[in-house]
Design a protein around this ligand. Structure first.
Ligand code: SF4
Ligand code: SF4
Length: 385
């Protein structure tokens, strides 16, 4: 039986994709070498060749509902083997960025994060907010925090002021993240209806947490084996910094309610301080080596502004965090307080815009991994186990 398939191609989508990391997309001649080379693809409806075809045809609706984009861990084994230099690994990465933009809420933030002018606006918001809070707190005392000894960051901006800025930012991110991810899951359900082979919801969540923590997929990379270590360092580092930040906040409020606990600045051997320092070093090392490898392999990998903003944001968040401590201990007040100001701005960008920027991976990837288990798509994946 023969038949025709109607394809509605979106050429603007193809052009946008090529501008944002998939510049060599059109070199692909559908040989399927990439699919054979991929260590993670399932046997049924394998990737990434089909994504290359859909992307060349501009089939945006199919791609944004494609769970397989998120089962790819960007190892670039496929890119290494592609005879045409079409860089399928980079195309998969650019498609993930397009998916984040498609589902992000409000979409204007994601669009802004892709342009220089847009990023300027996004960064000006926390710059003004934090500066205004510092002015309000210190106008009446001639900025006494600059000369007070020892250096205490809470003198410039008390924890309550910090929370007044960052808790709404976190709620803003949570609400927007929920809006984006619920639409995304709806799309996945349409393209991959649940099957009897699927796991229960709780088993899917548990299995995904184990996969993420063990980095089981990263270990299968052939061309970039060390990425498993660097990515794990970065992930555990950021988890540790997240726990540290919340522990500091809890200590502050325990103190406020009259409990006998140590507040910041914490002594060097306080457990929370140790966790913070070890996590900062781990996160810094992970980011440094990932960027070093990407720059070294720049012929194979293409980074868009969207990618660089994410990498730069994480890098400066960690570096300014470390330098805050160095300048405080070294009694360099102006350097210490300016670095703390930049640190707060960086954290705001990372947190408040997480669902609309590349940091959105921490929502979209686990959601897709959970749904792949829930729908049964994962049953023939990980064939090398
Ligand atoms: S991306 Fe490269 S390896 Fe994959 S189908 Fe196209 S030409 Fe072949
Ligand atoms: S980058 Fe790695 S995981 Fe992703 S499609 Fe290519 S080979 Fe597969």
């Amino acid at each position: 039986m023969t038949g025709r398939v109607a394809v509605s191609a979106d050429l603007n989508f193809v052009e946008g994709l090529m501008l944002h990391g998939a510049a060599d997309l059109k070199k692909c001649y559908q040989c399927s070498t990439c699919t054979v080379a991929c260590p993670l693809t399932p046997d049924e409806q394998p990737f990434p060749r089909k994504e290359m075809l859909w992307a060349q045809w501009g089939m945006q609706e199919k791609l944004v509902r494609d769970m397989d984009l998120w089962l790819c861990h960007n190892c670039n084994d496929c890119t290494d083997q592609c005879p045409r230099g079409a860089k399928p690994g980079e195309v998969m990465s650019a498609l993930r960025n397009q998916t984040i933009e498609h589902y992000s809420y409000p979409q204007a933030i994601s669009k802004a994060a892709k342009t220089g002018a847009g990023n300027l606006v996004l960064i000006l918001i926390p710059m003004l907010l934090v500066a205004l809070a510092i002015l309000l707190k210190n106008m009446g005392n001639d900025f006494a925090f600059l000369t007070a000894k020892p250096i205490v960051y809470a003198n410039m901006l008390p924890v309550t002021f910090v929370d007044l800025i960052f808790l709404p930012a976190a709620l803003f991110a949570l609400f927007n993240g929920y809006m984006g991810i619920s639409k995304f899951i709806g799309g996945l359900k349409e393209q991959y209806p649940p099957t009897e082979a699927g796991e229960t919801f709780f088993a899917s969540v548990k299995g995904t947490i184990q996969d993420v923590l063990s980095h089981i997929e990263f270990k299968k990379c052939l061309s970039n084996k060390s990425r498993n270590i660097w990515h794990r360092l970065m992930m555990y580092g950021f988890l540790g910094l997240f726990v540290t930040t919340n522990a500091v906040m809890i200590l502050h409020y325990l103190k406020e309610f009259g409990f006998d606990v140590q507040e910041t600045p914490l002594p060097f051997f306080h457990p929370v301080k140790i966790l913070g320092n070890v996590s900062a070093v781990a996160a810094f090392s992970g980011i440094y080596f990932i960027v070093r490898d990407r720059v070294k392999n720049s012929a194979e990998s293409v980074l868009s502004l969207f990618d660089w903003m994410f990498i730069g944001n994480m890098f400066f968040t960690v570096v300014t965090g470390i330098m805050c401590q160095v300048f405080r201990v070294g009694d360099q007040a102006v350097l210490a307080f300016s670095t703390y100001y930049i640190h707060l701005v960086m954290v705001f960008y990372l947190l408040a815009y997480a669902p609309q920027t590349k940091f959105g991976h921490i929502l979209f990837r686990p959601a897709a991994m959970i749904y792949s288990r829930y729908s049964g798509r994962n049953k023939n994946i990980f064939r090398n186990l």
